[in-house]
Write a protein that binds this ligand. Structure first.
Ligand code: CA
Length: 433
């Protein structure tokens, strides 16, 4: 079924550095932006700890969500009156685009890992639970919240709509590549989105790209490849992420042991217990987290104090590249040496690995299950992109992983009574051991 909603008397616009203007004509969209759950996204950064590497990267999930909405709005204009496109699906697409990240919490990447959270589950709870967002959605139709949740979870029966929000070339990715490139100040993320939008075509079950637009899509895929290695997996960002994760783990451990915090983390307790209600979840944002980190710099516990101080003042860990996983024997020796000089290895010796597939085929059950990109050939048949593009073929399905070992070199340098251990540690880390 289709959904319709009231129009605003006058169009509203947001000024946006990436898309110039974001246009809102539907009252529903305007009302959703005004809900407190959506406003909360202003206090959650899009790129987590990247601002410690690229100081411009302070943009929020609020900016990005508006951007994804705007891209889908423009796609819907391109699709208007084309076969396979139903104008009554427009509102559902716009809403799902706007709300696709509504379930994200502060520093999602680390928080999800440490506290076993899943932002997709929280999106669902926010959309279907007792929230302002749910109130606004229900006013359209009683079945509307469920449909929006289904599209975001990629379970909706209308695959064309799902592919707009979630596929290899979807509005989410196009916005974050352009936006993250803009705010980090790097040029790798640029590509010609206008061109891609013009060559997108709706089919029964997915969005496809007109054959003549292949080179614009190649450029987009290469941008994505570059951004991953130059921005998203930047080793300094990962160092900050490692420290953030360790602060949370230390605080959780202390909480479990009944440690008397000078500044009890009242708003984080439910996370430590891993029993979080919707209201508790919605109270969390990055300003709350940074408040506790700020206060913890003055705790008695040496580890918590040091780690919180490192995060707040950007005293990050150094790293060395390790080609293969550090051999077990060396790992054990390093841990023992760290202990001998008084550095708890579980907090101060950290292996971090990353990998990404810049463009992958659809492989059920593995990694990401995003639809591959199909080109619409002149004869009307569909061809998977890497069969037509040598550039894309060359990076398809190739996995690159890298492993880095993070540690506080400044603390090692200061361990003056342990010259022998120190020397041995440095020999192992810098490859003489
Ligand atoms: Ca997103």
């Amino acid at each position: 079924m289709g959904f319709t909603a009231e129009k605003l008397e006058e169009e509203k616009v947001f000024k946006d550095p990436v898309h110039r203007y974001i246009h809102v004509r539907d009252k529903l969209i305007w009302d959703l932006i005004g809900t407190k759950e959506f406003q909360r996204l202003r206090r959650i950064r899009q790129l987590g700890t990247s601002y410690l590497t690229f100081h411009g990267a302070e943009h929020s999930r609020f900016n990005h969500s508006l951007g994804v909405y705007e891209i889908v709005r423009r796609i819907a204009e391109v699709f208007k009156n084309r076969p396979h496109w139903r104008e009554e699906d427009r509102l559902l697409c716009l809403t799902a685009a706007l709300l696709h990240d509504i379930g994200h919490g502060p520093f999602s990447h680390s928080f999800e890992k440490v506290f076993h959270l899943d932002h997709e589950v929280w999106s669902r709870r926010i959309i279907l639970g007792d929230t302002e967002v749910n109130q606004v959605l229900k006013a359209v139709d009683s079945s509307f919240p469920q449909r929006v949740a289904d599209v975001i979870e990629k379970t909706d029966e209308n695959k064309l709509i799902v592919s707009l929000i979630s596929s290899q070339v979807d509005a989410d990715r196009m916005d974050y590549l352009l936006r993250d490139a803009y705010y980090t100040g790097v040029s790798y993320g640029q590509f010609d989105m206008e061109r891609i939008l013009r060559v997108m075509r709706p089919t029964d079950d997915q969005v496809v790209i007109k054959h003549s637009g292949m080179h614009a899509v190649e450029h987009y895929i290469m941008s994505r490849y570059q951004m991953y290695w130059q921005v998203y997996f930047h080793p300094v960002t990962r160092s900050a992420e490692v420290i953030l994760t360790k602060v949370l783990l230390r605080a959780k451990e202390l909480y479990e042991k009944g440690y008397p915090f000078q500044h009890p983390p009242l708003l984080l307790q439910s996370l430590f217990r891993e029993k979080v209600t919707l209201d508790e979840y919605l109270q969390l944002d990055e300003s709350i987290v940074l408040y506790y980190f700020h206060m913890w710099q003055h705790e008695e516990d040496e580890i918590l104090k040091d780690l919180a101080n490192r995060f707040m003042n950007r005293r990050l860990f150094q790293y060395v590249e390790i080609n293969t996983e550090l051999q077990m024997k060396q790992w054990m020796e390093l841990s023992r040496l760290f202990e001998q000089i008084g550095l708890a290895p579980e907090y101060y010796l950290v292996v971090d690995s990353s990998s990404d597939l810049p463009y992958d085929f659809y492989r059920p059950g593995e990694e990401e299950e995003r639809l591959p990109i199909h080109l619409l050939m002149p004869g009307g048949e569909l061809q998977e992109l890497s069969r037509q593009s040598d550039i894309v073929e060359s990076i398809s399905g190739k996995k690159r992983t890298d492993h880095k070992l993070y540690f506080p070199k400044d603390l090692l340098d200061n361990a003056r009574e342990h010259e022998r251990e120190k020397k041995r540690i440095l020999d192992i880390l810098y490859g003489k051991g």
